[in-house]
Write a new protein. Structure first.
Length: 114
């Protein structure tokens, strides 16, 4: 099982980024996927979650209305579209899935700064 995040970078406040998480080594369409983030000095927190079929989605209150999670089960990829970014969104963003245990990617850095 492997999940690999990409798409992070430096963006100005109010800007947008789209993160991708490419999965391999398991039947992607059967498992829910999650995005987490960890800011410096803070605990890792759940940002968004999507069910295996993509029909059940949940967001943290701090990102609801600004972030959109989606998945493409043909491409084995989950996405996080992030709009209206602010400095409080600065963090390392991780995707994960639970298959008997949690599998994490290496993370991708998102920095929101002017």
């Amino acid at each position: 099982v492997q999940v690999v995040e990409s798409g992070g970078g430096l963006v100005q406040p109010g800007g947008s980024l789209r993160l991708s998480c490419a999965a391999s080594g398991f039947t992607f369409s059967r498992y829910a996927m999650n995005w987490y983030r960890q800011a410096p000095g803070k605990e890792r927190e759940l940002v968004a979650a999507i069910s295996s079929a993509g029909d059940i989605i949940n967001y943290a209150g701090s990102v609801r209305g600004r972030f959109t999670i989606s998945r493409d089960n043909h491409k084995n990829t989950v996405y996080l579209q992030m709009n209206s970014l602010n400095p409080e969104d600065t963090a390392v963003y991780y995707c994960n899935t639970f298959i008997g245990r949690l599998y994490w990617g290496q993370g991708t850095q998102v920095t929101v700064s002017s």
